[in-house]
Design a protein around this ligand. Structure first.
Ligand code: IPM
Ligand code: MN
Length: 368
């Protein structure tokens, strides 16, 4: 029997509650699909700040635990309690960014899916998305303005000056473009590259490089948008898009916009992947797109679907357990079709059953 090791990092807010539901799903899948799972839990984010003596959001023990695993299943980090700490040790910045960099997780896959049964939850008019939409945002995650140097604050001419540097090199653009083209190949074969090539030098290089990589994927229809226009077009008619590929900062912004128009932050998973090994499997970190939602934490009402779908992505990309991953996607689909709704996706229709976190988890487990 294959044995997989997964590092579990529940984190803060609703993280631990939704993680419990994902672990229920995982235990049943291991039984049904005949693989063995070794999970080990580690503190991260605010939970780690509170638990460690030297107050770090990413303790060494957690990092080492992740190093010896095939994948990280991540909950969420952050909350008002830690908001006023120095930026470098704040849960989000001090844990997530170093994890991404340390493990070389350069490819961030963020599906923006508006399920046809949930179009009422979207702030976009029903008439614009009559059948919902399914867009995959492929965001470069370890380069660009997040990590470029110099990155500093200093005094100059008697005032403060702050500098961030947006840097992309050909190799970085090329590898993320390949991830996006390959994703498009198994979807609708349409790829839109988003940049700001009318202003930024690194965007000119971005566009040139994407066009060059496109020669290896002649079946994929490639288009380009400036990021400001992309922000408009996504709201105007999201179903026009299949896969979007973009840099770190633009992807951060556009993926939030996509999450908002999909109407259900609690439904969207994400995967942050490194380069595949010889078997085509990636080390990865998998987390819900939504945050720690401190406003509803501890009440047992959060939507566990994003965490459960993140587990499905983990099964697919890091463990190669594709049948198990498919069954999770299908079970979620069926629970939605059967009318199960947590508060965030409940619109008051008679066909809907309003449920809490563990009831939604159970509805999915029953359908596996
Ligand atoms: C995200 C988050 C992070 C980012 C923050 C918390 C550092 O917004 O994953 O999108 O900007 O990448
Ligand atoms: Mn973000």
């Amino acid at each position: 029997m294959t044995q997989h090791r997964i590092a579990i990092l529940p984190g803060d807010g609703i993280g631990p509650e939704v993680m419990d539901e994902a672990l229920k799903v995982l235990r049943l899948l291991a039984e049904k699909h005949n693989f063995e799972i070794a999970t080990e839990e580690f503190p991260v984010g605010g939970a780690a700040l509170d638990a460690t003596e030297n107050a770090t959001p990413l303790p060494q023990e957690t990092l080492e635990g992740c190093e010896s695993a095939s994948a990280i299943l991540f909950g969420s980090v952050g909350g008002p309690k830690w908001e006023n700490l120095p930026p470098d040790i704040q849960p989000e910045r001090g844990a997530l960014l170093p994890l991404r960099k340390h493990f070389g997780l350069f490819a961030n896959l963020r599906p923006g899916v508006c399920h046809p049964a949930l179009i009422d939850a979207s702030p976009v008019k029903n008439s614009l998305i009559p059948e919902g939409f399914d867009v995959l945002c492929v965001r470069e995650l370890t380069g660009g303005i997040y990590f470029g140097t110099p990155k500093e604050r200093r005094e100059e001419g008697g005032e403060q000056i702050a500098v961030d540097t947006m840097v992309y090199r050909t190799s970085e653009i090329e590898r993320i473009a390949r991830v996006a083209f390959q994703a498009a190949m198994v979807r609708d074969k349409r790829l839109c590259s988003v940049d700001k090539a009318n202003v930024l030098q690194n965007s000119v290089l971005w566009r040139e490089t994407v066009i060059r990589v496109a020669r290896d994927y002649p079946e994929v229809q490639l288009s380009h948008l400036y990021v400001d226009n992309a922000a408009m077009q996504l709201i105007r008619y999201a179903p026009d898009y299949d896969v979007i590929v973009t840099g770190n900062l633009f992807g951060d912004i556009l993926s939030d916009e996509m999450a908002m128009i999909s109407g259900s932050l609690g439904m969207l998973p994400s995967a942050s992947l490194g380069s595949p090994d010889d078997d085509g499997l990636n080390f990865g970190l998998y987390e819900p797109s939504g945050g720690s939602a401190p406003d509803i934490a501890g009440q047992g009402i959060a939507n566990p679907i994003a965490q459960i779908l993140s587990l499905a992505m983990l099964l697919r990309y890091s463990l190669g357990e594709n049948a198990a991953a498919d069954s999770v996607d299908k079970a979620v689909e069926e629970a939605i079709s059967a009318g199960y709704r947590t508060g965030d996706i409940f619109s008051g229709l008679e066909t809907e059953k309003r449920v809490n976190t563990s009831e939604m988890g159970n509805a999915i487990v029953e359908r596996l």
